[in-house]
Write a new protein. Structure first.
Length: 256
């Protein structure tokens, strides 16, 4: 009942709020690539059925077709779930991995957090403004070949945990998403080259042992802003993260 209430509230917001949501797509890519990033499609996760990973790839392909090419005009807001829609079996979505209160389960459309993570990370490297984002409350798997700071993603759950991005610049921005044999790839593109570049980094990182016996992981994320000459012009706070760890954080090489 709680989930239904939150979903109804979101439906009402989409209709009644004063935001102008991006909905127009363009087949041709805009001229300038602002930022590009890719993440691996398949990961071997301990005690997780690989079939859920294969199903996730199918889910990503369906969602990518819905989202790729969308153009956010100045003043418009991109809504992740308003653009993709509900993930149902009738639309072809398969059961993929879903993290629910720190535990792995499956459901139609599972795995699409990889797409919201990618979009959020790319957006941090553009002048676009993230107006709604939810952090992961649980840190389920230990770091393995992590290339981005912990907490630099965006969790999603239809439709109440949304990712929304507003274009407060004077130029249109286009989101391009596609899959290769090994990677999920995304690009932000625009009609003009960016006058700034960004470096996103972790400034603080620590664990705390809580009274109930578990560990909580914390960090803060910042980004440096550089002008066209490569000179740093700002150092901006982005977010802070707090997540319950579902593993022993201080074990190394399998030894306590």
């Amino acid at each position: 009942m709680g989930t239904k209430a939150y979903r109804l509230k979101r439906y009402a917001e989409w209709v009644l709020d004063e935001k102008k949501y991006a909905k127009n797509k363009r087949n041709e890519s805009l001229e300038y690539r602002i930022f590009k990033h890719k993440t691996p499609l398949l990961r071997q996760l301990k005690d997780v059925d690989m079939q859920l990973q294969y199903n996730k790839v199918t889910n990503l392909k369906i969602a990518a077709k819905k989202i790729s090419g969308i153009v956010i005009q100045p003043g418009e807001t991109f809504s992740y779930w308003k653009t993709i829609g509900k993930t149902t079996r009738r639309k072809g979505y398969l059961d993929g991995m879903i993290l629910h209160y720190g535990k792995v389960r499956s459901g139609p459309g599972g795995g699409l957090c990889q797409l919201s993570n990618l979009i959020y990370w790319m957006t941090l490297h553009t002048p676009l403004t993230v107006t709604e984002r939810y952090r992961h409350s649980y840190d389920v798997f230990p770091d393995s070949k992590r290339s981005q700071p912990f907490g630099s993603g965006a969790t999603c759950a239809y439709n109440y945990l949304d990712l929304q991005i507003k274009n407060e610049t004077n130029e249109p921005y286009q989101l391009v998403i596609y899959l290769t044999d090994q990677s999920l790839v995304g690009e932000w593109r625009s009609t003009q080259p960016s006058l700034t570049s960004y470096k996103v980094y972790e400034k603080e990182h620590w664990f705390t042992l809580e009274q109930w016996g578990g560990y909580v992981r914390h960090n803060t994320i910042y980004r440096e802003v550089f002008n066209q000459l490569g000179e740093r012009i700002d150092d901006e706070f982005i977010t802070e993260n707090h997540a319950i760890t579902m593993y022993e954080p201080f074990l190394t090489d399998g030894k306590g």
